[in-house]
Every structure is written in C-alpha cells, then in structure tokens.
Design a protein around this ligand. Structure first.
Ligand code: TXA
Ligand code: MG
Length: 322
C-alpha cells in the first residue's frame, strides 16, 4: 500500500523531498491537479514516471520549480516570457522555453526536444516541497495515461496506488484543471493547451492574440501537447456533450439553468466557470460508475474564459477511443 500523508505536515514534506532526491515517485497536490513527481536531473526516476503512468515515451513532461531564479540553470527566458512569468507565476501557467545548452536536466523529461515546459505552481506547500528537493521535479498529472486527472488524493490512490512511493494529500485542488500551456520558444506565442489561466488574460497582457496550435499542420512528428491526442482525460463510461436531458441510464451533469429534474449534479448551478472548472474532474470521477450508469451526459458550457479549457477536456473525454 502506498502511504498517504498530509502535505501540511513538515515531517511528511521532508520525507517526500528525501524520497524524490533518492529517485522515488511522489504524488503531490498543486492548485491545478495532482502531479506524479520525480527528480528530473537524471533519466532513471523520470523513466519510472512513464512506467507508472503507462505513458507513451514521446510525451514530454512539465518541469516544476520553486521560483523564477531556479529557471536559469535550465532554460532561456525571452523578454515576452518574462512578462508572463511576472504576471502569472506562481500559478496555473506552463511556459515552453528553449533548453539551455548543458542544462542538468533529463532528456527523457522533455522527450529529447530542444525546449522544456516549466511551471512554478501556485500551491504554497508544493513550492515548499520543490524548495526542499532543491532540484527540478518532472510531474505529469498523477493518473494512468489517458484517464481522468486526479484532483483529490483518493483519485491518485485509485489510479496509481502501489505504483508510487508516497502520496501527499492536500485536499481538493483549487482550480481542478491542468495549467494553460503557452509555447514561448518560437517567434510567436502559441497556445498549446487551454487551462487554469484563461487565454484571454494572457492575450490581454501580451496585447496580441495567441497563435492557435494547429496540430498536424505544423508538420511535427511528435505531438506538441499530448492533450492533443484525440482521446484523453477520459472516464471509462461513454460521454455525450451539449446534452439538455438525460437518456435512459445516463448520469446527467448540468450547468447554469440546464438542470433537468433527474440531474446527477451540476458543474455550477450559478453558471460560474471557475466553480465549473473545479467541479469538472470530481464530478466525472463520481459519475464514472458502471454499477450505476451506462453513460455520462454533460450540459453545454460556454466557450469563453475557463469554459475553453473545460470544453477542451470534455471533447477529449468524449472522443472515440482505440
Ligand atoms: O497543471 C498541470 O500542468 C499539471 C500539474 C501536475 O502541474 N501537469 C500536467 O502535466 O498536466 P501533463 O504531463 O499531464 O501535461 C504536460 C503537457 C503535455 O501536453 C506535454 O505534451 C506538454 O505539457 N509539454 C511538455 N513539454 C513540452 C515541450 N517541450 N513542448 C511542448 N509541449 C510540452
Ligand atoms: Mg495529464
């Protein structure tokens, strides 16, 4: 059994940092989702992440650091990226930046790319953990590859229990959706994944629209962000979108005024997108119960602000699977 310890506890935090330094796998909460962490200074611990998740090797990972100063050993920070860093870090933003020559960083973590995705999490205790580790921590969402992201310690245990050395429990994640990923390594800022920071806020700060990542058209062989694999973030049950009423056997997840009498739960009865984002994965986890339901239906969610990230995750959850 994998031990689960409170991240608020200093002894637990020290133990987790020691485990990470020793090459172990530690799941920890951030303000977005729970991460499956490993020290990213060498290949061995990072390889364990891929193994535990059953994740395709070509998928690069996000490297987590405690503060801005820690970035300089690993990546080049262009001026525009610096502005985003100052405005949104610590927080739910991941920046893809050019890798520094000779960076003491696992190549596997960035899948051999000339860039590295980096993030300074907003969760204060996770930053304390990173500071105690005193090294780069690669951390994808702490779920088996392609499945729902965990926003509670119990989700991690259900998905990866036994495959990780320790789970730090910080309760429910505040935002509940993965970080927004912006590629700042090229000539124009490109949105690779909508997430916890609304794209509109980033565009307002840059005073320019983010380029949309156009998947295959980029002609790259490796997917830039695997969120782009059609089916991702998927529950076990089939999922139906933009639904206005439940069909026989379905768990109906409402939003705003779409709450028919047999509604299972609402993302946000008030129509609040922040609340809906935080409720998305927990509700999908709860509704994903084949003993009770044959499918999941979700009411339409507007395509603005965090609604963009919510719809992105929902579309992938609903996409045909292999
Ligand atoms: O909120 C989050 O971002 C969470 C928490 C734990 O920080 N982490 C997370 O990691 O969602 P993961 O591995 O599930 O998603 C990482 C994304 C993938 O879509 C990956 O392709 C992209 O980041 N990525 C990583 N490195 C990249 C790079 N060098 N270039 C482009 N995309 C990259
Ligand atoms: Mg993930």
């Amino acid at each position: 059994m994998t031990p689960i310890l409170p991240i608020e506890d200093d002894k637990a935090l020290t133990r987790a940092a020691d485990m990470l330094r020793g090459g172990g796998l530690v799941a920890f909460p951030t303000e977005t989702v729970y991460g499956l962490g490993a020290l990213a200074e060498s290949e061995g611990p990072v390889a364990r992440i891929f193994e535990a998740k059953g994740r395709p090797r070509f998928n690069p990972l996000i490297v987590h650091l405690p503060d801005r100063a820690a970035l300089d050993r690993y990546v080049v920070v262009p001026q525009e990226a610096e502005r985003l860093a100052a405005a949104f870090w610590p927080g739910a933003l991941t920046l893809v930046l050019p890798r520094k020559a000779g960076a003491p960083l696992s190549l596997l973590a960035s899948a051999g790319l000339p860039t590295v995705a980096v993030r300074i999490p907003g969760h204060a205790r996770s930053r304390a953990l990173l500071r105690a580790v005193d090294g780069p921590v690669a951390a994808p969402s702490a779920n088996r590859s392609g499945r729902l992201s965990p926003v509670e310690a119990a989700h991690v245990e259900a998905s990866l229990g036994g495959a990780v050395d320790l789970i730090l429990d910080g309760g429910r994640c505040d935002i509940g959706l993965e970080s927004t990923i912006v590629d700042m390594s090229g000539p124009r800022p490109t949105l690779l994944r909508p997430g916890g920071v609304a794209a509109e806020e980033i565009e307002a700060l840059l005073a320019a629209p983010l380029r949309a990542h156009d998947g295959d058209a980029a002609g790259k062989s490796a997917p830039k962000a695997p969120g782009m694999l059609a089916s991702h973030y998927a529950p076990g049950l089939p999922i139906r979108l933009a639904a206005r009423a439940a069909r026989e056997g379905e768990a109906f997840i409402g939003f705003a005024d779409i709450n028919p009498p047999d509604t299972f739960a609402s993302l946000s009865a008030a129509g609040d997108l922040r609340e809906a984002a935080a409720n998305l994965f927990p509700l999908l986890h709860r509704a994903d119960d084949p003993a009770r339901f044959t499918g999941i239906a979700v009411a339409p969610v507007p395509e603005t602000g965090l609604g963009r990230a919510i719809n992105d995750r929902l579309r992938r959850a609903a996409a045909p699977r292999d």
